[in-house]
Design a protein around this ligand. Structure first.
Ligand SMILES: Nc1ncnc2c1ncn2[C@@H]1O[C@H](COP(=O)(O)OP(=O)(O)OP(=O)(O)O)[C@@H](O)[C@H]1O
Ligand SMILES: [Mg+2]
Length: 248
């Protein structure tokens, strides 16, 4: 029995749009243990991105509390949230979001430049050569060593997403969030990206949280949170199936 890595307690998120209040999330309470491969499954507008934004402290809830690693992050100010995010969360987006003027390698290095490489003792190291080494190792892990000098515009969609995965994992955060990570990829490329994420979840024991509207993709998760109109309607823990067996 693990302590939860992520604990949401009575979370509500409302957006004020002029006179109108949009209720995006309503009274969500749930725990996520470390090392899980979680899929948040729900139709467009159900609140998936809103939920990811709260877990990764991009946004703050209207009501309720959020604990990460037993730390209450609900009331951190903007600057504290940015520091928290930098250390604790790696992001993978639908449209990859690589910096277009940096090469694949530089994109991965950049995320490390911000927090440095942790050392066994003392402060993190910002040594350029060390950072380059770690970044290159991650590109190697995602199969892109020979694409290190390519700019995003010189990479295929699947390759760009693999750079984004390397970038998310390189800084060694406990949580990886991915918002529709295969939404902009063809079927085969999507499968290979999912396979890579499952493999890295196994190897690194990091917690992966993936938002999708694709029920097939949810079958590879060991925890499926179904969300409808801002409410968790199902919390299923089950034996995941192999990515190879997915069809959609
Ligand atoms: N910044 C915002 N301001 C106002 N309303 C918002 C904002 N972000 C989201 N909403 C509204 O909140 C609801 C949930 O949106 P959210 O983006 O979380 O859904 P989603 O499940 O991620 O949808 P999709 O699958 O289309 O990405 C929607 O009704 C949306 O219009
Ligand atoms: Mg969304």
């Amino acid at each position: 029995m693990h302590l939860p890595l992520i604990s949401l307690q009575g979370i509500t998120k409302e957006y004020q749009m002029g006179e109108v209040i949009v209720k995006a999330l309503q009274n969500l309470t749930l725990d996520i243990e470390p090392g899980r491969f979680v899929v948040i499954l729900g139709p467009s507008g159900s609140g998936k991105t809103s939920l990811l934004n709260l877990i990764s402290s991009i946004d703050v809830p209207t009501a309720g509390k959020i604990f990460i690693d037993n730390v209450d992050i609900t009331f951190l100010n903007r600057k504290q949230r940015a520091i928290f995010r930098r250390k604790k969360v790696g992001f993978i987006f639908q449209f990859f979001n690589l910096l277009p003027t940096l090469t694949a390698l530089e994109n991965v290095e950049f995320s490390l430049d911000l927090i440095g490489i942790p050392q066994a003792f003392g402060e993190p190291s910002y040594d350029k050569i060390l950072i380059k080494d770690v970044a290159m190792n991650w590109l190697d892990k995602v199969g892109l060593r020979d694409r290190a000098d390519h700019f995003p515009s010189q990479l295929s969609g699947g390759e760009q997403q693999r750079v984004a995965i390397a970038r998310a994992l390189a800084k060694n955060p406990p949580i990886i969030v991915a918002d529709e990570p295969t939404g902009n990829l063809d079927y085969q490329t999507g499968i290979s990206v999912l396979k890579l994420m499952k493999q890295l979840n196994k190897e690194t024991s990091k917690t992966f949280i993936i938002a999708t509207h694709n029920r097939q993709i949810s079958r590879i998760a060991d925890l499926i949170l179904t969300i409808q109109m801002g409410k968790i309607t199902q919390f299923e823990q089950k034996e995941p199936i192999d990515v190879e067996n997915l069809v959609w």
